[in-house]
Design a protein around this ligand. Structure first.
Ligand SMILES: [Cu+2]
Length: 568
């Protein structure tokens, strides 16, 4: 159902075009749960369901009417069907099925709801093609599943009669969970990996309006679990995407390897030679993925979906905190941004605290090369008279004009191992923060306002008129993006992005043709077209000159940062 997400964006886009405090979107009537419906608990997927003994996992799952609260304790509650072990609180995502390979699962599935349902994933053999299980309202089915393949799988239910996985919307959207088959001889109760299930509750209304909640393990940022990790300990995470849209999942500060990849038809190991170091991988619709990484630097870090709308207000039921209270310079006494242990991101974000190893000391650097960047706005600077947002570099003492910006932002040419200070001054009338994407640096300069840092030393949002010094030493050469990390849909979408090229030695500028593609206006998917995607700042980029037989052949460091899903 990707088209739905695009509609979501256009609804969001309209009010963002005005350069003023944006009023909260109207609250649409939400399907209310029955007064006696139990509130589902967020399932952290740490405790396997059922009873495992002598090679048999015996469990029962009931489908029940429930209430779902994806945000905080005072926030909206909506109606869902949920899965529960008998006598226990229903869970979102559904109970974790986990056992070693070779186990036989004896599952009693009871439908206590008034809806006829279909389940997928409870197939007789994990090597076989998927087979579905139909279950009438108030019926019970006894199922046997042979766990004859290792990996990360999913099971999910839907209202009977739906054609595809993506047709699930709100009532049946939280029927599903992770299904993990461990190597033979392992005890699932002792597993130290973590499992994150993505699910989306989505209700559409006339005129393309919608309400949506998008969460890892049933809760939205900032209301979800903070993960504590020890510096240097290897981390293994599994992901299951039960939402009807894919998610580019980005890890700050570190690189991960994808060890396994799967989907509704199975799960397979990625050959070690193909396990590239990466900080972003798209989790497809219905897909699974197992990643491994090592948090080598302490502090606070985020792992999040890189679609701006999936970490924004569009995917919440508009509970706390209200992202629309960001203060403007003209209203210094106005409401402060509401911050619940985090910042203005919402939705698909996992926050981590990496505790320092004994004796860890932040690097002390005597001298740094300083690069001055100004974060600025230019009213009417984009196609459609939208305000352009961007950066400009200050050379020497001459201050660039307040509305001078460049899209893409100035190329930052850094040397591997050379300490730099990126001094960002915010001349805009709104907050910002800048993230140096893919650079393995300390947490404080990483650029997530109100979260990056360690202990009580937390990076603030850069207020209008303020500056922020991001001090770091790039440890790896390559091409990296830098971009806003606040109000991403608007700020990145309107131009706050650029490339960093880190080299080991002098950069051969006669050979390098840096290509930076990104947004040229807040995404408005009902007006798709080249105007909203720019290549090197232009709808129709200039051709690159090359010479046949050149002994110094050109290279193309390429960076692409669309703020959100690209129109089809
Ligand atoms: Cu996403």
């Amino acid at each position: 159902m990707p088209f739905v997400a695009l509609h979501a964006l256009l609804v969001l886009a309209a009010p963002l075009l005005q350069d003023q405090v944006v009023p909260p979107p109207p609250r649409l009537p939400l399907p209310r749960p029955a007064a006696n419906a139990p509130i589902a608990e967020a399932n952290q997927n740490r405790v396997p369901a059922g009873r495992l003994a002598k090679g048999t996992l015996t469990l029962a799952l009931d489908v029940v009417e429930a209430a779902y609260r994806p945000e905080g304790t005072d926030d909206p509650v909506v109606r869902i069907l949920a899965l529960a072990e008998p006598g226990k609180v229903p869970q979102v995502p559904g109970p974790l099925l986990r056992a070693p390979v070779g186990t036989t699962v004896r599952l009693t599935l009871r439908n206590r709801s008034d809806s006829a349902l279909m389940f997928s994933g409870f197939r007789q053999s994990l090597k076989a093609d998927d087979d579905t299980v139909q279950i009438a309202a108030h019926a019970t089915r006894e199922l046997t599943i042979r766990l004859d393949a290792e990996g990360t799988f999913a099971y999910w239910g839907a209202l009977k009669g739906l054609k595809t996985f993506e047709d699930r919307l709100w009532l049946d959207s939280q029927l599903g969970g992770a299904f993990v088959v461990d190597p033979a001889g392992t005890d699932p109760a002792k597993a130290t990996d973590r499992i994150f299930v993505v699910s989306e509750w989505f209700h559409d209304y006339p005129d393309r309006a919608f309400e949506s909640a998008l969460a890892f393990n049933g809760k939205e940022w900032p209301h979800n679990e903070r993960i504590t990790l020890a510096q240097g300990d290897s981390v293994h995470w599994r992901f299951v995407n039960l939402a009807a849209i894919e998610h580019p999942l980005h890890l700050h500060g570190f690189y991960y390897r994808v060890e396994r990849r799967g989907g509704q038809r199975g799960d397979s190991a990625v050959a070690p030679s193909q396990q590239f170091l990466q900080n972003m991988q798209t989790l497809p619709i219905g897909g699974t993925m197992s990643i491994a990484w090592v948090p080598t630097t302490p502090g606070n870090w985020v792992f999040h979906c890189h679609f701006a709308s999936h970490v924004g207000e569009a995917v919440t039921l508009h509970g706390s905190p209200d992202a629309h209270t960001v203060r403007l310079a003209g209203q210094p006494s106005g409401p402060k941004p509401t911050v619940h242990g985090g910042h203005e991101m919402r939705g698909l974000v996992i926050g981590m605290h990496v505790t320092p190893a004994p004796g860890y000391k932040e690097p002390v650097v005597a001298e740094r090369r300083t690069i001055r960047l100004l974060a600025q706005k230019k009213p009417g600077g984009l196609i459609g008279r939208q305000t352009a947002y961007g950066f400009v570099m200050q050379q020497g003492d001459s201050v660039p004009a307040r509305d001078s910006i460049r899209i893409p932002a100035p190329l930052l040419e850094l040397r591997r191992g050379e300490p730099v200070r990126l001094l960002v001054k915010n001349t805009m009338d709104e907050f910002t923060g800048v993230h140096w994407h893919g650079l393995e640096i300390e947490s404080y300069p990483d650029g997530v306002p109100n979260f990056s840092g360690m202990g009580s030393h937390i990076m603030p949002p850069i207020a209008p008129g303020d500056s922020f010094a991001a001090d770091f030493t790039p440890p790896r050469s390559g091409t990296f993006p830098y971009h806003s990390h606040l109000n991403e849909l608007r700020q990145i979408g309107s131009g706050m992005y650029g490339a960093i090229v880190v080299t080991d030695g002098p950069r051969d500028t006669t050979r390098d043709h840096v290509i930076v593609a990104g947004g040229g206006g807040v995404p408005m998917f009902h007006k798709t077209g080249p105007a909203f995607l720019l290549v090197n700042g232009r709808s129709f980029p200039r051709p690159i000159q090359m010479t046949v037989g050149d002994t110094n052949p050109p290279r193309f460091p390429i960076m692409f940062i669309a703020p959100d899903t690209v129109p089809e």
